[in-house]
Write a protein that binds this ligand. Structure first.
Ligand SMILES: [Fe+2]
Ligand SMILES: [Fe+2]
Length: 359
């Protein structure tokens, strides 16, 4: 049998990984290809990784014919060196032909790999195209085979900076459901100050939820996500909302970021909890009917750490003691009075909403 080993962090597995695996299976006429997710890359910080279980689960969701996941490195724990993995497979399949798939970006450092000569003697190193720069010397020295695959511009790091189209839809559903990579994505979408505000809102929302015996997790996540699209331009926001039938005529600028956040989280990030999403959708405008969670998010957003309203400490105290009393004073001070002071003219609908919840 012809068997290939395809190691990597798969953090998360993206469309390019699958294309490479398919190319390798076809071009090398493989009987089996094993994805071997790393427990920890010795050159990377551990905090960059989501858990082994999650990365393996996501891999399992995208396997095609002749593909499998090996938990050798994750089960073994600690730092994984390629030589250990290669020896393990050689042991397991002593009479088969083994291939080791690596990206062309790794070729230049190949001579620094632990026990590279032994690796090259046990398996055929196959180099797939990732970019055009690689060392031809190493390629020859270790008798590598160059795969003539088409280069696909997919990467996990692009995913983590918010390019969600890098992964398959079912992988994104898994990510949204388990709230993975959100911190990385938020950091790349937002300025440091805004990102801090997400944290502070999440923390205060969690505190409010705790005092009201509500789900701390939901409140925290609502706070953590609520301003995810706040720094999009108006143009970007309206263009994103076009497919939902929303435009300059039926959605005012101040309603934009709560609306884009709702749709982006629901349809792109695929966050599934509708109660949380609905709270985010009205976190600026409020609504005539509000769930307890929506009240919590509104309050937390307005008076969390970092907010400097006059009397903010007193408002925090009131809100922590009594949610509805807190909502009254926060709506009065931070929505109604503040907007009036700024000379903002409300729509009738908006005035009705603020007045319902204010003091
Ligand atoms: Fe907001
Ligand atoms: Fe906010």
């Amino acid at each position: 049998m012809k068997i290939a080993i395809f190691g990597g962090s798969f953090n998360p597995v993206h469309k390019g990984h699958i294309m490479i695996a398919k190319d390798a299976i076809n071009m090398l006429n493989l009987d089996k290809l094993y994805f071997v997710p790393a427990n920890k890359n010795p050159f990377k910080k551990v905090s960059d990784y989501v858990s082994n279980e999650h990365r393996i689960e996501m891999l399992k969701m995208v396997l095609e014919n002749k593909m499998e996941v090996s938990d050798f490195e994750t089960k073994r724990g600690g730092n994984s060196y390629t030589i250990d993995t290669v020896k393990y497979f050689k042991n397991k399949f002593p009479n088969d032909e083994l291939f080791l798939l690596i990206g062309s970006d790794n070729v230049t450092k190949l001579n620094k790999w632990k026990d590279i000569d032994e690796i090259a003697s046990l398996v055929k190193i196959v180099v797939f195209n990732r970019n055009n720069k690689y060392s031809k010397i190493n390629l020859k020295k270790y008798n590598c085979l160059k795969l003539k695959n088409e280069f696909h511009d997919f990467s996990s790091s692009q995913y983590r900076s918010g390019n969600l189209s890098m992964v398959e839809e079912n992988v994104q559903e898994y990510i949204g459901k388990n709230f993975l990579y959100f911190e990385d994505i938020a950091k790349s979408f937002l300025s440091i100050e805004r990102f801090k505000h997400l944290r502070f809102t999440a923390e205060f929302a969690a505190e409010l939820a705790k005092n009201n015996s509500m789900s701390i997790k939901k409140a925290y996540q609502a706070g953590y996500m609520h301003d995810i699209t706040k720094e999009w331009s108006e143009q970007k926001a309206y263009s994103f909302l076009k497919k939902y039938g929303l435009n300059e005529q039926n959605l005012l600028p101040y309603q934009l970021h709560q609306t884009t956040a709702y749709y982006w989280l629901k349809d792109k990030y695929k966050y599934p909890d509708l109660e949380v999403l609905e709270a985010i959708k009205i976190h600026t405008s409020m609504a005539l009917e509000m769930t307890e969670l929506a009240k919590i998010l509104f309050i937390a957003d307005k008076i969390c750490q970092g907010r400097t309203w006059k009397g903010v400490q007193n408002m925090r105290k009131i809100a922590l003691e009594n949610l509805n009393e807190g909502l009254k004073i926060v709506t009065q001070v931070c929505a109604l009075d503040w907007n009036i002071e700024k000379g903002i003219i409300f729509t009738d609908e908006q005035e009705k909403i603020y007045k319902k919840w204010a003091k």
